[in-house]
Design a protein around this ligand. Structure first.
Ligand code: NDP
Ligand code: 8X3
Length: 253
């Protein structure tokens, strides 16, 4: 299967995995709807990728339920029939022992990683159900497979993504809609900068002395997942760099 002329919505397209996926999908002829909060990044992506394909950008926060539904239910007709939704927007806030965790950080992770993903999926599904076709890729994490020290609520949010992915696959079975989870280990993006609230030195250290995954590695895997033959669904795929064996075991040199 090819993604040529498929309409693909990517949440969190302004950096990291989402941006790399937008770039790779543009190369492969997909029509893109790119979302995020940083308008200047959306504008710059639109300018660059419009040289290759049709691009529509939407600036919004996935936490804003009414906005998510309003925008996604009122897309321009040429972008309305979404074929592929990549639920990628998400982040970690803080890395503190549970007893010292910041409640605002907890709210942000649950609201973005879990509730945002639910809103996006619910808003996009009606048209997929009408067509009896479509593909939702949920970006989970190794943090959704195991809990690591101080990861508490971030890990809980990604375990929720894992459960939602399974639940969606069960309930949508028979509708023609594919549901897949891609669960990366450590990927060098802005993820740790966000987690450590702009402390770039601390963020950089997370990826030092080993060879982490790059966002392009995950984009490749997402492309693989959405180009399988119609009868094949990648249900759940976990990927780590060679140096990583689990959330806590990384071969640092
Ligand atoms: P980045 O921080 O580089 O990218 C996160 C993206 O999500 C940005 O485009 C950001 O855009 C968007 N985003 C964040 N919050 C919101 C929000 N409230 N509303 C709308 N968009 C939002 O990180 P990654 O690329 O690494 O992360 C992408 C996904 O991959 C996340 O779900 C993350 O949990 C997951 N992941 C990451 C791993 C890693 O090691 N990096 C490993 C496993 C999973 P903007 O700020 O413009 O809104
Ligand atoms: C991100 C992976 O291990 O850095 O989901 O939390 S980790």
């Amino acid at each position: 299967m090819t993604i040529q002329n498929k309409i693909v919505l990517i949440s969190g397209a302004t950096s990291g995995i989402g941006k790399a996926t937008a770039e790779l999908f543009a190369e492969n002829g997909a029509i893109l709807i790119l979302c995020g909060r940083r308008i200047e990044r959306l504008d710059s992506l639109k300018e660059t990728l419009s040289r290759k394909t049709k691009v529509y950008t939407l600036q919004f926060d996935v936490r804003e339920k009414a906005t998510v539904f309003k925008l996604l239910q009122n897309l321009p007709p040429e972008f309305a029939a979404i074929d592929i939704l990549i639920n990628n927007a998400g982040n970690a806030h803080g890395l503190d022992p549970f007893q010292f965790g910041d409640i605002d950080d907890w709210d942000a992770m649950i609201d973005i990683n879990v509730k945002g993903l639910l809103y996006m999926s619910k808003a996009v599904l009606p048209k997929m159900l009408e067509k009896q076709a479509g593909h939702i890729i949920n970006i989970g994490s190794t943090a959704g497979k195991e809990v690591y020290p101080n990861g508490n609520v971030y890990c809980a949010s990604k375990h929720a993504v894992d459960a939602i992915n399974q639940g969606m696959r069960l309930d949508l079975n028979g509708t023609g809609i594919k549901i897949s989870a891609i669960n990366p280990g450590m990927v060098e993006t802005e993820f740790s900068e966000v987690r450590f609230k702009g402390d770039t030195e601390r963020a950089k250290k997370v990826y030092q002395n080993f060879t982490p995954l790059q966002p392009e590695d995950i984009a490749d895997i997402i492309l693989f997942a959405v180009t399988r033959p119609p009868h094949v669904n990648i249900a759940d795929l976990t990927v780590m760099c060679l140096d990583q064996a689990s959330s806590t075991v990384v071969n640092k040199r």
